[in-house]
Design a protein around this ligand. Structure first.
Ligand SMILES: NC(=O)c1ccc[n+]([C@@H]2O[C@H](COP(=O)([O-])OP(=O)(O)OC[C@H]3O[C@@H](n4cnc5c(N)ncnc54)[C@H](OP(=O)(O)O)[C@@H]3O)[C@@H](O)[C@H]2O)c1
Length: 308
């Protein structure tokens, strides 16, 4: 399901240089996307980012060819919310823009987290996303699990019913165990899995492989490990060989790991946005990939700063 124009390296390329993937076999996105979690603030507890700068970042992302934006109603800090920023920046939306969101836990206005949503709350969360984004349907909705969650059949069935009602186009699971993923697939087609994955955190390698084998999108969160671009010797060495940055090598590595991998690096920085999107044009060779494989030993040691 991928179509990739393989140039050796073109760091001035837009998001389209990463190639295209069809979510659920029919919804095209460029494999280089954008994550909106960092737009309201650097972390859950701030500091806030300038909303005008975040709006400019969103508009520039689309100009650069990004057509897959990942968000959630619970991405907010005080009165700055990712969904509001997306609507202000981009509505009326380009026809090809795919906006993915997630439901499951919620957050109270003071920022504290609610318990996992029950089916009625999930319905309300989907309607809230529709309202906030100003859309009549949602392209991709993930059921987002918490570490303490058990099976999610009744909740995934609720989302499947909303899909049948035409409010959701495709379903996904996020922060899911292989068991929760398998249970969801028994209920309705899972078009995407959004779990953590980066050169530093590869504990979900099995799911990455499963998704590749079944042509399901794998959308890694915390692509940089959750704590800013990693500064590791191997990443720096490969980056220097290509005239690239460690952040760009990280993103190119993710795109090389699996043909169904879609990256959604998050930033509120215009310069980081340009840098990240340019990684769509970076192709790593076998020597690079072998060198980066050695990072496996480090995978247990990442210390993300966001909520996983
Ligand atoms: N499903 C889930 O549970 C879940 C959890 C977390 C995230 N997500 C999604 O996944 C997306 C990606 O995760 P993330 O953004 O939190 O990933 P991340 O790995 O934490 O990367 C973002 C961090 O890296 C910095 N950064 C970005 N580009 C950089 C660059 N080129 N050089 C140096 N630093 C850079 C950002 O700071 P600056 O703003 O200063 O650039 C930010 O601190 C999120 O936006 C969200 O949509 C989902």
């Amino acid at each position: 399901m991928t179509t990739t124009e393989q140039t050796s390296k073109d760091l001035s390329a837009g998001a389209g240089a990463a190639g295209q993937y069809l979510i659920g076999g029919e919804l095209p996105v460029h494999r280089m996307g954008f994550g909106a979690m960092r737009l309201p603030a650097a972390h859950w507890d701030g500091p806030a980012h300038d909303p005008d700068r975040s709006i400019a970042v969103l508009r520039r992302a689309v100009e650069l060819g990004v057509n897959h934006i990942d968000t959630a109603s619970f991405y907010f800090y005080e009165d700055i919310a990712a969904n509001d920023l997306i609507r202000k920046a981009l509505h009326p939306y380009p026809d090809d823009l795919v906006i993915a969101t997630k439901v499951g836990p919620g957050r109270f206005p003071d920022g504290s987290w609610t318990d996992p949503a029950d089916p009625a709350e999930l319905r309300a969360a989907v309607h809230r996303n529709l309202r906030e984004l100003g859309r009549d349907h949602l392209d991709l909705v993930y059921l987002r699990f918490l570490r303490t969650d058990g099976p999610g059949e009744d909740r995934f069935a609720t989302l499947a019913a909303l899909r049948d009602e035409g409010l959701i186009r495709h379903l996904g699971v996020s922060s899911a165990t292989p068991e929760q993923f398998a249970e969801a697939q028994e209920i309705a087609p899972v078009a995407a899995v959004q779990n953590r994955y980066s050169p530093l955190t590869r504990e979900h390698a099995e799911l990455v492989g499963l998704c590749a084998a079944r042509d399901i999108a794998y959308v890694p969160y915390f692509p940089f490990g959750g704590a800013g671009a990693p500064e590791l010797t191997a990443l720096r060495r490969v980056a220097d060989r290509h005239g690239a940055t460690p952040a760009q090598v990280t993103l190119a590595w993710l795109l090389a790991v699996s043909p169904t991998m879609l990256t959604i690096p998050g930033t509120s920085s215009p310069a980081h946005l340009e840098e990240n999107v340019a990684a769509a044009g970076l192709r790593l060779d076998d020597v690079d990939l072998a060198e980066l494989t050695e990072l496996t030993e480090l995978t247990e040691h990442a210390t993300p700063t966001g909520r996983a």
